[in-house]
Write a protein that binds this ligand. Structure first.
Ligand SMILES: [Zn+2]
Length: 346
């Protein structure tokens, strides 16, 4: 399907698994079903008062201590992707919605199912670019007699999917920044590898600007100050100085529109050239390496990024880390769309 252009290359498989009743292609995703089953099983295990199941629970708890990823942890992760935070305590497991609403153990499965299908249907719409932007309603559906296709938020660009997701000045300062959550996923993996954190926390909870170890210091969105030379673009998303390896790793994330992915890399290299020079001066003998983490707004990325992530976290974890980043970018795009709709319909 990818070859025929029916799918966005490298896109998530989620879009293929929408139920026919939601207007999708009716292919059931084994992966999604598997996730729902895991959530259901975890809740059941925690709610069960049968003493024989106590052993299974204890085994699960020990496995967590040893750092393996058993069922309970997986189930929490899957539920998290659907916006449900699980508290898998025996004998009363509960869930919390993002709005802080308590979900009874009996209703967790239903909530998860609903969240999954809502998300899949929205994703499908996004991929097909059929979301109700003005350009769509005037040009494609011909439902609107209004020929003014200017963006209802900023009043400047044409209100296309590309504009809303990557080019609207009214959304640039806040909404687009949520995409950096994807970057945090990678950043925390790197912090853990270097012993600066013990666990990778849920990205939305922790954000310290500086992490200091004996040999390694990591900076999150902190400007580099230069004494003499003028370095205007001095604020890069992440920077890790490693005295043992004699390297400074620079990391910059961006989420351009699909067509602009290739230019972004060059643009970022040029933008931070003076910063690399300044760091070369501040860290004599160090190797300054810049990685541009470019994932387009629909979740596509290049072979170069695959290679970069392999270099950064190792080949074993790179696919999983990239997958999580991709999901995060796509769900941010969905949220941006929702907020655009909300702002323009009020
Ligand atoms: Zn706009």
């Amino acid at each position: 399907m990818v070859e025929n252009g029916a799918r966005h290359p490298l896109a998530s498989t989620d879009q293929l698994c929408i139920l026919r009743s939601s207007g999708g292609r009716g292919l059931k995703s084994v992966e999604s079903e598997y996730k729902l089953i895991k959530i259901k099983a975890a809740v059941k295990l925690c709610a069960n008062t049968d003493p024989t199941l106590k052993l299974v629970r204890e085994f699960e708890e020990r496995a967590v201590d040893k750092g393996r990823r058993p069922m309970l942890k997986d189930a929490s992760g899957f539920a998290g992707e659907l916006g449900i935070e699980l508290e898998l305590e025996h004998p009363e497991p509960v869930g919390w919605t993002e709005e802080g609403e308590l979900i009874d153990k009996k209703k967790i499965e239903m909530f998860a199912k609903k969240a999954l299908y809502t998300k899949l249907a929205a994703l499908e719409e996004l991929y097909q670019q059929l979301l109700p932007t003005k350009v769509y309603s005037t040009r494609k559906a011909k439902t609107s007699g209004d020929s003014d296709v200017r963006c209802r938020l900023c009043g400047k660009g044409q209100e296309s999917v590309a504009h809303v997701l990557a080019g609207c000045s009214a959304l640039a300062q806040t909404a687009y920044l949520t995409r950096h959550n994807a970057f945090k996923i990678l950043f925390f993996e790197l912090l853990r590898d270097r012993g600066l954190v013990n666990t990778v926390p849920p990205w939305y909870r922790v954000n310290k600007p500086i992490y200091e170890g004996e040999k390694v210091t990591a900076y999150w969105d902190i400007p580099v100050f230069a004494d003499q030379t003028e370095v205007r673009a001095n604020r890069i998303d992440g920077r890790i100085g490693d005295k043992a390896r004699k390297t400074v790793t620079l990391l910059e994330m961006s989420c351009p529109w699909v067509d602009n992915r290739d230019h972004k890399d060059e643009e970022k290299m040029i933008k931070y050239a003076p910063l690399r020079l300044e760091l070369k001066r501040q860290y004599p003998g160090f190797n300054i390496i810049q990685y541009n983490i470019i994932i387009d707004v629909l979740g596509g990325y290049s072979k170069d990024l695959k290679k970069s992530v392999r270099e950064l976290v190792g080949s074993e974890r790179s696919t999983a880390v990239l997958g999580r980043m991709q999901k995060s970018v796509v769900s941010s795009s969905l949220k941006i769309f929702e907020s655009h709709e909300l702002k323009t319909s009020s």
